[in-house]
Design a protein around this ligand. Structure first.
Ligand code: GLA
Length: 752
């Protein structure tokens, strides 16, 4: 049970979740809001000793002469910069005279059931007010009149605290927020390490774990999107923490634009964790009466290793985030159709006949939807032109879009379409008419990337025009899926419409209007399946999941590269959110050749689909598709809604990869085993599933004859959960069926 209480005498706030406690209080006549504790659940409420108010020389009562010692070491709930705390802070406020400084004092608070939404922003939600409790603490800066409201929500059954911050200029002069982060957590350093998800195009979200040294360790994006390079996530954990043991603090930012996530280890060996909109390039002007909302950041505490953190994020995102923008969206909890996308099949070189031939063949194999990717509009014959001109190219699609969609529907397939609404090609009618709609610094030639510019979505009229063009396309035929792409980052940050002292608002205003467009899309077309995408996985973040339930994971569809990408992604994001397809070999990005079966097993850990020319692949490969389709249907519920366990990591052991999904009832599990490199003269490998009921008996079966000890007759095993979890399952690496690199197997564990 989760609760929030306020102890009036002690002036302490205590937030309890089933397995964690978070405590802070109002201290001193200046009414500082100081943090006391976050970690495993504790029974006592009054732990004021944790503020170290007797710690000479670090408290003002003891040492007002050197007050800076206090300001630079206390654990603040919402630290401000400029008045003596030299660590990076949450808030940097500049007044109209150009001075930066701010000191916040407690004013009042409110505790209530439920969780309000954040105007215009994605955020976790509860469908029933009884499922969450929220605390709002109001603080003020007396000199400027800035009001800062800290929001904290605990969810009934989850070890989660969601935080966001509101600002209001209640003073008489204009103010500028130069940094307005969403979260601070000050705590003692316990020789912590940090996990972040890093990478690049085609190798997004590789896990990096490293010791936290002195100074500031930051991952951040200034690219106008959360980015391929880093993800708005970090975990702080003890050195000895494993998948199943030890403490972890996970932080995730529900936002898709520029962000910062950092830890700073300081002179007193304390740690400050920060998360929020990246202050670099950000300034928000607040005239008297104006407000600003910093996006939501969520914290998860696990006292039992990474597994519990991952499960908590997955449950939170599945139950309280995905499709929150429109709860009537059809795909909030539903299985997704198996799609075939023509990008790697044809690139720009297709017409209606080609697409129809793919659809016909796909229908025979049980595939459920055809997605027409880039190249269907205006004179788009390469990535050099036509973005912005969202009308159908009737030379390619003879007779128009509806005719094609109807024909595809006739084959029994749904139809989906690719769009890239935020972009414009210099060679487009849109740009020729409205060159000032592109983001650029006046007088400075803007940088081209993929030969395109970014539209200035901070301008309502731009967003409006593009939305209405896309709306017209989507209304013109029975379109049931949209892939919303975004293929370059933002730079040359200039808007022709914003005043000079509001140029620093461009990137956030851009995001707000993108969110608004996606919300409109889901309101207008609640039956559409929305898959976000950004040159692969450049905008794979919780913010996007509020609008569409899945995101294209990476342009790298190589099954073996995907192991690392999907492993890192799944630390935070549910498998149901990860766009994953079987593609052709040699793989278009890596040139690697992996068995068709293995490609299917890897894609099964995501949304599942195909990205190949089904009319051209080998007969042998094509013949495997119906069984893969069946496999998807058989295991999708498990993959979509189950608990995910990382059993072994190829990135760590250089040999094999294994993961597992277990349903909530603990009656059904699936282990996927991928042997990456063949290893001669090797003994059977033992893998230990987790999350089973120790007392229950399970039948273990495999799609290959590889279970048991080498030389056995490989009968299905029937064993108790405790045996399976402790003694493990033997995989016969020398079996004929496992010979070669990149071989894989599915092991099913079903209660008997
Ligand atoms: C991006 C996407 C691809 C494809 C192309 C089309 O790179 O990630 O899947 O849609 O754009 O241009």
């Amino acid at each position: 049970m989760s609760t929030i209480k306020y102890l009036a005498n002690e002036k302490i706030f205590k937030l309890d979740t089933p397995g964690s406690s978070y405590v802070f209080g109002i201290i001193d006549e200046e009414k500082f809001l100081l943090h006391m504790y976050y970690g495993g659940r504790i029974s006592d409420d009054d732990i004021r000793y944790r503020t170290r108010t007797n710690d000479y020389p670090f408290t003002p009562e003891k040492n007002n002469r050197d007050r800076g010692a206090f300001l630079d070491s206390a654990y603040f709930e919402y630290p401000t910069e400029g008045v003596g705390d030299f660590r990076a802070g949450c808030l940097r406020l500049r007044d109209n005279d150009g001075h930066a400084g701010c000191q916040l004092s407690y004013v009042n608070h409110k505790i209530y059931k439920g969780k309000p939404g954040l105007e215009g922003l994605p955020a976790t939600y509860v469908a029933d007010a009884n499922d969450a409790t929220t605390l709002k603490v109001r603080l003020e800066d007396k000199l400027t009149g800035l009001i800062v409201t800290l929001n904290y929500t605990v969810f009934e059954d989850l070890d989660v605290i969601a935080r966001s911050v509101g600002f209001e200029n209640a003073g008489r002069d204009t103010l500028y927020l130069e940094s307005a982060l969403s979260l601070c957590l000050d705590m003692e350093n316990e020789d912590f390490e940090i996990i972040t998800l890093n990478g690049s195009w085609a190798r997004e979200r590789h896990t990096d774990r490293t010791r936290i040294g002195y100074g500031r360790h930051e991952v951040s994006s200034t690219r106008g999107e959360s980015s391929h390079q880093v993800n708005p996530f970090m975990a702080v954990l003890n050195r000895e923490t494993t998948q199943t043991l030890g403490a972890v603090y996970g932080f995730s930012f529900v936002y898709s634009g520029n962000f910062t996530a950092s830890v700073e280890r300081n002179q007193h060996d304390s740690l400050r964790c920060l998360m929020g909109i990246n202050p670099k390039g950000f300034t928000w002007k607040l005239t008297p009466g104006e407000t600003f909302t910093a996006p939501e950041a969520v914290m998860v505490y696990s006292g039992s290793g990474l597994d519990h953190m991952t499960h908590t994020f997955h449950d939170l995102f599945r139950d309280h985030l995905i499709c929150g923008a429109n709860l009537s969206s059809r795909y909030k909890d539903a299985p997704r159709p198996i799609l075939i996308n023509n990008w790697e099949a044809t690139y720009f070189d297709f017409d209606d006949e080609k697409l129809l031939s793919i659809a016909k063949e796909a229908a025979k194999c049980g595939i459920e939807m055809l997605v027409m990717d880039d190249g269907w509009f205006a004179n788009r014959s390469s990535d050099n032109m036509a973005l912005g001109d969202w009308y159908v190219n009737e030379d390619k699609l003879k007779g128009g879009l509806k005719k094609l969609v109807d024909a595809v529907n006739n084959e029994g397939l749904k139809f989906g379409i690719w769009v890239e609404p935020e972009m414009v090609s210099p060679d487009s009618d849109l740009y020729r008419k409205h060159s000032d709609w592109a983001i650029a610094i006046p007088g400075r030639p803007a940088t081209l990337m993929r030969n395109q510019y970014v539209l200035d979505m901070s301008r309502d009229e731009v967003a409006e025009e593009i939305y209405s063009r896309i709306h017209a396309v989507l209304s013109s035929a029975n379109i049931e899926y949209v892939k919303w792409d975004m293929n370059r980052t933002l730079c040359d940050l200039g808007s022709y419409a914003l005043d000079s002292d509001r140029q620093g608002e461009l990137c956030h205003r851009y995001m707000l209007n993108v969110y608004k467009m996606q919300k409109r899309l889901m309101d207008d077309f609640p039956n559409i399946l929305l898959e976000n995408c950004s040159g692969g996985g450049g905008r794979f973040d919780p913010g996007m999941l509020y609008y569409g339930p899945q995101i294209w994971c990476s342009d790298d569809t190589d099954a073996i590269e995907r192991l690392r990408i999907q492993e890192g992604t799944a630390i935070v994001y549910p498998l149901s959110t990860m766009g994953a397809h079987v593609s052709d070999c040699p793989n278009h990005v890596t040139g690697r050749i992996a068995p068709f079966e293995t490609r299917g097993h890897v894609a099964l850990a995501g949304t599942f689909g195909y990205e190949l020319d089904i009319t051209k692949i080998s007969e042998n490969d094509r013949a495997l598709i119906p069984a893969q389709v069946e496999m998807y249907h058989k295991y999708n519920e498990l993959v979509r809604a189950g608990d995910y366990y990382r059993l072994a990591s190829y990135a760590d052991n250089g040999f094999y990869d294994a993961w597992e999904v277990v349903n909530k009832e603990e009656s059904h599990a699936l282990v996927t085993y991928i042997k990456v490199m063949a290893r001669p003269y090797t003994r059977s490998n033992v893998i230990k599933p987790r999350g089973l009921d120790p007392k229950r008996r399970y039948m273990v079966s495999c799609d290959k004859n590889i279970l048991g000890l080498a030389g056995d007759s490989y009968k299905p095993l029937i064993l108790h959960g405790d045996t399976l979890m402790n003694a493990g399952i033997m995989i016969n690496e020398n079996a004929e069926e496992m010979k070669g690199d990149f071989r894989s197997a599915l092991i099913e564990i079903s209660a008997v």
